[in-house]
Design a protein around this ligand. Structure first.
Ligand code: C2E
Ligand code: MG
Ligand code: MG
Length: 406
């Protein structure tokens, strides 16, 4: 290396892998793309090369002899590293995804994952994206994701606030993610708008419903039954066959319909009010609950809520985040909870991030809550671990994520 502090070129890649042949291959590809490259084969070399190169991207093999990639992630977090990190591993996709989440929890910039054996095009694409930013997701990409079963559900616990001594889990919300082969876990905000615009929201929702019901059946077989909520988009509320298809899925799995809850937004219900009323009423008649999502996000009208056959009102996160510091927000939320009680509707607050918020909501009689204070959305196995034992100590809710890596 030459130049100031040995830091040459705009784009500097640090390759961390214990196999010299693999490093050499990666080096060739990266240098062709214009990267200045440094290599490390173990933790000691890694820290020295990190300090010397000041990389603009790190390619980190998770399975190193001695210290593993997770320890290196901790080293980087300790150094307040903001360099994008690409994780590579021959372990299965789930381990990679979990390590990626752990990195994010540590405050690191997790750029993506590469499943070994890494092909030349995979690495070229991943490194090019570091330079240019990821390309926009195309309709074809998302169609392929559905066909290849790359969509996964994470489950965020819903907590009964009336038992603040133990905060029992009383259900969960299924939230879809895309396990992208290169980008890692892609959040729904990055593909739901495209799914809505392209009409792929229909096939996507079929997958979500199928997987949620399969998960309910698997958990029933493991000995616990907790309702799962699924999000419906406006398009589903114009599909008159939806209630029958949902019942068919539940019946085939031998499940009680009350285990499946639907979440709709008021906007969705209003887009074709005739069909939406038909569908929602039939869902309720079939014992499938209907929850009004994102209430208070800006579109809701107080008047409409008594006209819809609702079973629950979910208060939007934008109302809840201000509770600790804003007396007016507390007044509004208190009034909404009182109104819902008058209408006989239980309330679930979304986005509860602090114990103060949880305590306030409990003091005004809000029945349920969801939020990072209790748990982030979790993969099914981690949710099952939490639900079957670890639900008594809220501040340690993220522990299963780390255990999953052990
Ligand atoms: P939503 O249905 O209102 O889901 C709640 C969102 O808030 C989730 O984001 C959840 O991770 C996040 N959240 C929960 N607690 C907290 C907290 O304490 N702090 C913060 N900062 N965030 C919290 P996510 O998973 O990214 O989903 C975003 C939205 O994408 C969902 O909002 C929903 O509208 C949509 N979505 C997710 N899965 C599906 C699906 O299967 N079908 C459809 N149609 N939409 C979905
Ligand atoms: Mg929701
Ligand atoms: Mg919501």
């Amino acid at each position: 290396m030459n130049g100031d502090n040995g830091k040459v070129g705009r784009d500097r890649l640090l390759i961390v892998d214990d196999e010299p042949d693999v490093r050499a291959l990666f080096r060739d590809i990266a240098e062709d793309l214009g990267f200045t490259v440094a290599e490390a084969g173990d933790q000691g070399e890694f820290l020295a090369a990190y300090d010397a190169l000041d990389p603009t991207v790190i390619l980190l093999d998770l399975t190193l002899p001695g210290a593993d990639g997770v320890e290196l992630l901790r080293d980087l977090a300790g150094r307040k590293c903001t360099t994008p990190i690409l994780l590579a591993s021959g372990k299965d996709a789930r381990v990679l995804a979990t390590a990626q989440r752990l990195g994010r929890m540590l405050g690191l910039v997790m750029q993506g994952v590469l499943q070994k054996p890494i092909t030349v095009p995979d690495l070229e694409t991943a490194l090019s994206e570091v330079l240019t930013g990821p390309p926009a997701i195309s309709v074809e990409d998302f169609e392929r994701a559905i066909d290849r079963n790359e969509l996964v559900l994470h489950f965020q616990p819903k907590i009964d606030l009336r038992r603040a001594d133990i905060y029992p889990i009383v259900g969960s919300e299924a939230l879809v993610r895309w396990m992208h082969p290169v980008r890692g876990l892609v959040p729904p905000g990055e593909f739901i708008p495209l799914a809505e615009d392209s009409g792929l929201i229909g096939p996507m929702t079929e997958v979500v419903l199928r997987d949620a019901v399969a998960q309910l059946a698997a958990w029933r077989n493991q000995g616990f039954e907790l309702p799962v909520s699924v999000n419906l988009s406006p398009r589903q509320l114009t599909d008159l066959s939806l209630p029958d298809r949902m019942i068919a899925l539940l019946t085939d799995a031998g499940l009680d319909p009350s285990l499946l809850v639907t979440e709709i937004t008021e906007q969705a219900a209003m887009s074709d009010i005739g069909k939406a009323t038909d569908i929602l009423t039939r869902l309720r008649l079939k014992d499938i609950a209907v929850s009004l999502d994102d209430f208070g996000a800006g579109y809701s009208s107080l008047v409409e809520i008594y006209r819809m056959p609702l079973s629950e009102l979910k208060l939007d996160r934008s109302l809840i985040v201000d509770l600790d510091n804003d007396a007016d927000a507390r007044t509004v939320v208190k009034a909404l909870v009182a109104l819902a009680r008058e209408l006989g509707l239980p309330v679930c607050a979304e986005g509860v991030e602090t114990d103060r918020t949880a305590a306030f909501l409990q003091s005004i009689g809000c029945e349920k809550a969801q939020g990072y204070f209790f748990s982030k959305p979790l993969p099914a196995e981690d949710f099952a671990t939490l639900a079957s034992g670890l639900c008594h100590d809220a501040p340690n809710r993220s522990a299963p994520l780390e255990h999953a890596l052990a």
